[in-house]
Design a protein around this ligand. Structure first.
Ligand code: SF4
Ligand code: SF4
Length: 238
């Protein structure tokens, strides 16, 4: 089927490549519960925050996947698939479709295939990925720096200047840190790291950013050894 866009991009990419990626999405075990047909009613678009700010439409995803339009699918996979904020407001669809879920699967396919669109979209998050995976907590307060993310706006300067004081004002003592969101025991950190390792998340990071992967594995596997974990045994489990 030709693309729904008359001026479709990526015409130089072979049909085989596009079909293979399309088939990978449909082979995902979650696929069966994401799409049941589409009325083109636009309710998903009306509820979608990303549609308000970008050239983006969850309805297009439902339509393209239902029509098996592999050319537009490939275009979406290279461009707007990264504009979704994964809020799942679109699940109010009267056909019980889940356009956000379709996008989740498409993103994973893009990551697993090391597509440049995935690398570019996630490049800015490498510091966050490292922080989360090496500490077991989420984004840390000391990441509130003016030069980290320009879109955080001018107020972040004021916050970053008084970070220690702001943190000490929070009642739970485990949150009086600036390098971490809260204190996490090393045991918990290691358990989380092992979950990411055994569930294949680290493999995905290796595909996307080998530098972060190497630093992360070096730091964490040293810690695992210090705590008496046998890495060979863990590899056998994988
Ligand atoms: S809400 Fe559902 S049926 Fe309506 S356009 Fe969106 S995906 Fe299609
Ligand atoms: S999950 Fe994505 S497509 Fe669905 S409403 Fe949220 S931003 Fe829009």
């Amino acid at each position: 089927m030709p693309s729904i866009y008359a001026d479709a991009k990526y015409q130089d990419v072979s049909e085989e490549v596009k079909q293979k990626l399309f088939d990978e999405v449909k082979a995902d075990m979650r696929w069966e519960t994401t799409l049941y047909g589409c009325y083109e009613c636009g309710i998903c678009v009306a509820s979608c925050p990303s549609a308000r700010f970008y050239e983006f439409s969850p309805r297009v995803y439902a339509q393209v996947m239902a029509r098996e339009d592999i050319h537009t699918f490939y275009e979406l996979l290279n461009d707007s698939v990264w504009d979704c904020s994964q809020c799942f407001s679109c699940t109010r669809c009267p056909r019980q479709n889940n356009p956000g879920g379709i996008i989740t699967i498409m993103r994973e396919v893009a990551v697993n295939n090391g597509m440049q669109s995935a690398k570019t979209a996630l490049q800015a998050y490498s510091r966050i990925i490292y922080k989360v995976m090496s500490t077991g907590t989420q984004v840390a307060p000391d990441m509130l720096q003016p030069d980290f993310f320009p879109d955080w706006g001018p107020d972040v300067v004021k916050v970053s200047e008084n970070l220690e004081n702001w943190r000490r004002a929070i009642p739970p003592e485990t949150m009086h840190t600036t390098e971490l969101a809260w204190d996490v025991s090393e045991e918990t950190q290691l358990e989380l790291y092992l979950i990411w390792k055994l569930s294949g998340n680290l493999d995905q990071i290796e595909i996307l950013d080998e530098g972060i992967f190497m630093i992360l594995t070096e730091v964490m596997e040293e810690l695992l050894e210090e705590h008496g974990y046998d890495l060979d045994e863990i590899d056998v489990v994988v």
